[in-house]
Write a protein that binds this ligand. Sequence first.
Ligand code: NG6
Ligand code: CA
Length: 521
Amino acid sequence: MRIFKKAKAMNKKNIGILLPMLATSLFTQAQGNIRQPNVLLIYADDLGYGDLSCYGAQKVSTPNVDTLAANGLRFTNAHSVASTSTPSRYALLTCEYPWRKRGTDVAAGNAGMIISPEQYTVADMFKEAGYTTAAFGKWHLGLGSESGKQDWNKPLPVGLADIGFDYSYIMAATGDRVPCVFIENGHVANYDASAPIYVSYQKNFEGEPTGKENPELLYNLKHSHGHNMSIVNGIGRIGYMKGGGKALWKDENIADSITAHAIKFLKEKRHTPFFIYFATNDVHVPRFPHERFRGKTGMGHRGDAIAQFDWCVGELIKTLKELDLFENTLIILTSDNGPVIDDGYDDKAEELLGEHDPMGNLRGGKYSCFEAGTRVTFIVHWPAKIKKAKERKALVSQIDFLDVMATVTGRGNEKNLSPDGQNNQASAWFGKDKNGREILFQMASNHNISLRTKKWKYIPPCKGAPMITWGPKIETGYAAEPQLYHDKGEKYNKASQKPKIVERLQKIIENIRTTPTNSKQ
Ligand code: NG6
Ligand code: CA
């Protein structure tokens, strides 16, 4: 079985790989100004298939994203690997399915690093190819060597630098989880020595107010379910923290802050090829956009957070254009999972939704086995390569990110570099192949793995209630019977009419659960 370890990428065997890379890079240098393309991944959080105007949204306008779609490829059947954040992000960065790794469920803010330093990541791959690499915004993949043992007042011993990122300015977990501070290259940014930081997911710190006991202190947002532990910026969170002082973030400034840091990085690193992982907090809860976006959509904070997301995209585009890098920058815009309307705060997202359909006519949503859980917006913009705007129905999965990106850096003809990705998908991602994958896998929050082919969607039988029981009003897709759908809306279960197909697809799922895709290369 192949083992995808970072060390392996550097051993002698791989000189065979590195030499052609060197040749490619010499070749590109010899061409004058032509250099390897920059790559900007814009990774939204909980953005629905129907949340962008280029995907049919009417009540919110996303002109900057729409420009990318209008000059690039807009995919209609592209998927994240899971319907929640941590497993999706794990899969995107390592291109290993999350069910192969313990601890990839929605992570606490004090989780230790989930991707181990020995693992090979997309950032490692870019670094090997001579790129400068950076991550901004939501992380949610753990930090430090051991869960719950971090000393947030000192540099964290293990972090993004160990998995290929030269620079990072990130939130440890989510907006709704403590610690509510940015971490820059493993240190708390704007660290305030007068307010040392303590974090616990077990118990509160003496004398600290909580959303549960002190609801009068929730001056910015009240919770609708959960989120009643520590209060930061007048908003209740998951987990307890003490201290932080001037390092504590203000939710209304998060989008500005990550955008400003990314722009600074772009300006400084303009002369080398770069890979930027730009992971927004929008449109995850707590949604609390800057006041200049408030009231823009009439849909309250959720809609306004979409407008804010679009603004971030616009600022990045503007900067790339100013630096004359827009032509040769590959931009991929997508989301970690599908949408949820009320995810635990009373932000009036349900009341003000009106005709807007975040799910874009798909069934289910975040957390779910149904399509809205993982079918996400996916736009590929690369002026140097993609000359004509197109809609693409190809089946595309984020599990192929690393291997497809390897082809972008000139490593196209090698074996796949990740446990589960396929480099032969590059032609679909860049518009040449109209079909994409034959099969892709979608993991729900209960770990049930569904499968999609061009024709069928198969959801294996599993335990669990048909609706989420703890807050969000979302159909889970969990059922004791197998489900086989041909229709986009997943309404008509054909499983009992097509037992042979069910049997075949069930076997494929059992196989992918235990056997990495590239283990037999
Ligand atoms: C849930 C949170 C939800 C969100 C989610 C993770 C509660 C009641 N709900 O447990 O608000 O944080 O986890 O979302 O705590 S994700 O997009 O990062 O996966
Ligand atoms: Ca998410």
